[in-house]
Design a protein around this ligand. Structure first.
Ligand code: MN
Length: 256
């Protein structure tokens, strides 16, 4: 099986479509989503639809992001919508035809069923952050969903596991990769990329919001991976060869 982790999608449906087509997952593959499916980008509804559909053809693990919390707060608990709308909720609302009442029940159930984190033998996946000293089940919600990565980075988690996070955008569009912590919110809606990161090989596949695979800086990306592999003491079991990902879609760098 392969295990991929995908970062903050924020309504960038074309980017997600390209990544899924490129990965071409089988029923034994697993894709972990770090949350923030919606808001800001152009087609949140289609993103949610794609993620739900994907769950029929491979294993999916869907985590909750702060944007899903804001939306559900308005949709189900009657919270004032100002904060959500000002943080990209207006784009989500448009994608659903302008009214929350038009959000299908299936999508509401999807939002309600999202998980706070996902912990396996060697890795932890969470939307935003972690307190290094606390087991995952004892983390504060503000830490899991809202915390931005501080500088310097948090210490390794008490479990010794490598932690994968989104939420803190990397304006460079590059994966933030350290031995104990990998940040894969590569700022898709803002002109960066959506990243799918292969947890076993440490390879990244990236597509921009227009659905174009990343072309130019791959060599640089691989340098980062090799550095991480060297310092990670065997976290990456297979070093990348430097090949481009296969795709039938045009590989172009778009300036807009
Ligand atoms: Mn977030």
């Amino acid at each position: 099986m392969r295990r991929f982790v995908i970062g903050d999608i924020h309504g960038c449906a074309k980017a997600l479509d390209t990544l899924i087509e490129t990965i071409h997952p089988t029923s034994t593959d697993e894709i972990v989503f770090l949350g923030d499916y919606i808001d800001r980008g152009p087609n949140s509804r289609d993103v949610v639809k794609q993620v739900i559909e994907l769950g029929k053809s491979c294993r999916t693990v869907t985590l909750r992001g702060n944007h899903e919390i804001m939306m559900l707060g308005v949709a189900l608990y009657g919270l004032d919508d100002k904060v959500w709308l000002a943080n990209g909720g207006n784009a989500t609302l448009s994608s659903y035809g302008g009214k929350l009442s038009k959000v299908p029940d299936l999508h509401i159930e999807f939002f309600r069923g999202l998980r706070p984190y996902y912990e396996i033998d060697e890795s932890i996946f969470v939307h935003a952050g972690y307190d290094p000293a606390l087991e995952m089940r004892h983390q504060e919600e503000t830490t899991l969903y809202w915390m931005h990565l501080p500088n310097p980075l948090p210490e390794p988690h008490i479990s010794g596991k490598r932690v994968f996070v989104g939420h803190t955008p990397q304006p460079s569009g590059m994966v933030m990769s350290a031995e104990h912590l990998v940040g894969i919110d590569t700022y898709c809606f803002g002109g960066g990329y959506l990243t799918a990161y292969d947890v076993t090989t440490c390879e990244s596949i990236q597509a921009n919001r227009h659905g174009h695979l990343r072309k130019a800086p791959f060599r640089k990306l691989f340098e980062g991976v090799q550095f991480a592999a060297k310092t990670a003491g065997g976290v990456c079991r297979k070093l990348v060869s430097g090949k481009q990902p296969d795709s039938t879609k045009p590989v172009t760098e778009s300036a807009d």
